[in-house]
Write a protein that binds this ligand. Sequence first.
Ligand code: ATP
Ligand code: MG
Length: 653
Amino acid sequence: MADENLDIDALLEENRVVDPPEGFTANALIQDDSVYRDADADFEAFWASQAQRLTWSRPWESVLEWTPPWVKWFAGGRLNISVNCLDRHLVANADRIAYYWEGEPGEQRAITYQDLYRDVCRFANALRALGVSKGDRVGIYMGMVPELPVAMLACARLGAVHSVIFGGFSADAVRDRMIDAEAKVLVTQDGGWRRGAQVPLKDNIDRALEGAPSVKSVVVVRRTGQDVGWVEGRDAWYHDLVAAQPDACDPEEMDAEDPLYILYTSGTTGKPKGILHTTGGYLVGVATTHRLIFDIHPESDVYWCAADIGWVTGHSYIVYGPLANGTTSVLYEGAPDFPDKDRWWSMIERYRATILYTAPTAIRSFMKWGTEYPAKHDLSSLRLLGTVGEPINPEAWMWYWEFIGGELCPVVDTWWQTETGMILITPLPGITRLKPGSGTKPFPGVVADIFDENGKSVGPNTGGSLVLKRPWPAMSRTIWGDRDRYVQQYFSRFGPSVYLTGDGAKRDDDGYFWLLGRIDDVMNVAGHRLSTFEIESALVDHPAVAEAAVVSRADETVGEAIVAYVTLKASEHGDEALIADLREHVAEKIGKIARPHGIILTDDLPKTRSGKIMRRLLRDVANGRTLGDVTTLANADVVDQIRTLAASAPAEE
Ligand code: ATP
Ligand code: MG
């Protein structure tokens, strides 16, 4: 992407403002903005003071060593992450619930910190007996069962490097990742539950491992009880392995810079990258951001991050951050619409959840399904909402604020990436004036900027390339096995000390950041550089629309013509008049230049398995090209459907 144009026209103006709700600030961990000033004055001292909240077996010698683009945080310090997430809570809070787990069929378990500690120690001992030791890679391919965080923490206890592969991935995707990581052991389940059906996890593994000879042992958690194939000498049941293991396990003392895990990115833009995260800085980063952004009061909060642990959001904000902070979390195995579309809301009512953190894609599904589902339940326990994964359309933000939060819960729109390990742009809920659709400001100590093509900082209300100009503790250290690609991808466009995010953004007059989607998705229309996201937001602003994806198609007259794929709310019916209305709505909202040339109504949009819209595939369809990499696509049939729709769509204007 070396010479790609990074400029973007900014069109959408969103003027709604929401102040922190009355009463929230009075009990918030952060009640004034001195935290920004302190962190600005001396960011190393800020991170060092946050690091003091953790338990170190040896103190660090230096907070930061920055030899761009290579970084070390807390060099010389030693610690074990599982000790920080478990052992240190046992003194005072052994009986606190770590996870309320609910299986999709309805089983409920309350797992205390003491329970989790015991399970982690036993499984760590079992892994050790299989020959796993410090630095070995362990693959994990599971659904959202309690044994998943147990397996991750057991690896961390031994200093083994886990690589979690999302349980919705195919055998081929697992094989590629296991080969890349050279995993020695793989932990899986017989099967998982999804929308009432059994997902054949173990079968997928049997196929995946045909081409991944490094894996010598497979550990299988019995979950569904379905029949599975068995390879003698390789496969073992989890319950057999842990049965005879003691309830304690000596933790490996790790260097702050020792690897913790490899995680492959979602693959929205192309071939996934194996992102490596390390120990000390990562834990400081995720524990601090989790605590301050979600305003965690561990003695009273019931926190629910509804992501899958297979994504970075789950790693940082279901497992490591929350456990380091002694939080009580909700963990749910299945689909949001099983047995009906109110499953989440029934769970919030059941566990009296106080914080909900989810993705725009989920919020837009709920919008599509209708407000009657949340309305059936008592959601009054909620006091804070969060979103992550994509830019959130202002209308979806307002919907979340109104129908889920009852206009009483701040919404924290958190921008970050697998590579950044922790949230970097976000409100602080007790003090930040919120604007729907804006991630607001960089977290204390973080320096973000927006560059034009030439690496010059752009002024207000101008789009450009989002960059980070100062290291932060949870940043990834490399791409596994490919240091050159790491430098090339993130630290070459503007030199080795500026991190290129790949996302577009603008700042408003108040210095608020507005994410505009991927630089790769920006369109060239009649001499303008348009963000797909702003046009999508203008469409979602129309009362009939639940979701929209905008791409461009090569066009002789305008260079690129705008094509919009639109999903309506369940209660709406589409016809020619509505399509004309939608085009006008965009023109009015953000300008004639952005009026889609063609609009195609569709029931669904192609998404990654983490739920992000994959515009590059729609672009391929719109331009009649063969599809690019589809290995991370979740809903393959929708692309065929859209192809057919596109072929029979009415003439464009
Ligand atoms: P790949 O890098 O393989 O294409 P990916 O970028 O989708 O995959 P992730 O690391 O899961 O993989 O996603 C990070 C990206 O998600 C960000 O770069 C950004 O585009 C988007 N994103 C996440 N949170 C937000 C947010 N709050 N606002 C806007 N965009 C967001
Ligand atoms: Mg990315």
